[in-house]
Design a protein around this ligand. Structure first.
Ligand code: CP
Length: 308
């Protein structure tokens, strides 16, 4: 695990090792926890070219809990606004003896590009690239699912909403299939599904009421308006009527189904506030679990570097 760029190609044993490592950190990731010295002397730079609340903050907290020196660069006020290229930015940061880059970028493949061009001793962690991949989000989601439903082989999981633009959904589908979920069902209007979506290893449904039957885990997604052309953008009230998760629709799923959302949530668009804040919602648990998962991924990547 020198870099962590995608779930694609990772096997069940490695994903389970990440989950188990995160479990060992989970108890100590409460707010009163002392630091562990695993990454003392290491320097981590958060490079977020796209906005973030959860991912950036939990990466920063995770790095601090591991005793690393961490810098979250403010890209808006950096020299990229003066025309400095991505590679020149990376080379200048390398000259400051950085050990790891955590990268979020609007372009699919940006983290891979940096990993290919950065110095060999540096790890790159993908914190979300375009529509392509958000692997630590998928792993914190798997971690959260495992806390409530430990046996993946019996699980039917529904991912609902804007699958077309969602790097989170792509990474979740890969992780769920690798961990052996019984079914991954995507529920969305045809306009918000990628072409040939079945080839990703999912079943497809266009009707929320039908699609929620027998479901153990419900994952809601927001409409990613920033990646949509106006022609694709549905009316919010119409979308909520057809695909919004209300308490009444939630009753169609299994009675002990959990409700997840990677955030940010748009109340009254894809999810009713009574569901988002209701007893079956584990949305804020997902956020908390981001710290332990990111501690696991960063420490495993650094161990690989140390062994190389
Ligand atoms: N889930 C997620 O990636 O949220 P942020 O955009 O706030 O990081």
């Amino acid at each position: 695990l020198k870099h962590f760029l995608t779930i694609d190609g990772l096997d069940k044993a490695l994903l389970t090792e990440i989950l188990d490592t995160a479990e060992s950190f989970a108890e100590m990731s409460g707010h009163h926890v002392k630091k562990v010295p695993l990454l003392r002397g290491k320097t981590i730079v958060n490079l977020f070219f796209e906005n973030s609340t959860r991912t950036r903050t939990t990466f920063e907290l995770a790095a601090k809990r591991l005793s690393a020196d961490v810098i979250s660069m403010n890209i808006a006020t950096s020299a990229t606004s003066k025309g400095e290229s991505l590679l020149d930015t990376i080379r200048n940061l390398e000259a400051m003896f950085v050990d790891m880059f955590v990268v979020r970028h609007g372009t699919s493949g940006a983290a891979h590009f940096i990993a290919e061009h950065t110095a060999p001793h540096i790890s790159v962690i993908n914190a979300g690239d375009g529509r392509h991949s958000h692997p630590t989000q998928a792993m914190l989601d798997m971690f959260t699912i495992r806390q409530f439903k430990p046996n993946f082989s019996t699980l039917r999981v529904a991912i609902i909403g804007d699958i077309l633009h969602s790097r989170v959904a792509r990474s979740q589908i890969l992780a769920l299939n690798t961990l052996g979920a019984a079914e991954v069902r995507v529920i969305a209007p045809k306009t918000l599904l990628p072409a040939h979506v079945e080839t990703l290893g999912v079943t497809v449904c266009h009707n929320l009421t039908e699609g929620l039957k027998d479901i153990d885990v419900i994952i809601m997604l927001r409409l990613q308006k920033e990646r949509m052309t106006s022609a694709l953008l549905p009316s919010e009230s119409e979308y909520f009527k057809c695909f919004g998760l209300t308490p009444e629709k939630l009753e169609i799923a299994k009675p002990d189904a959990i409700v997840m959302h990677p955030g940010p949530i748009n109340r009254g668009v894809e999810i009713d506030t009574r569901v988002a804040d209701g007893p079956q919602s584990v949305i804020l648990r997902q956020v908390s679990n981001g710290i332990a998962i990111r501690m696991a991924v960063m420490s495993m990547a650094m161990q690989t570097q140390g062994a190389a």
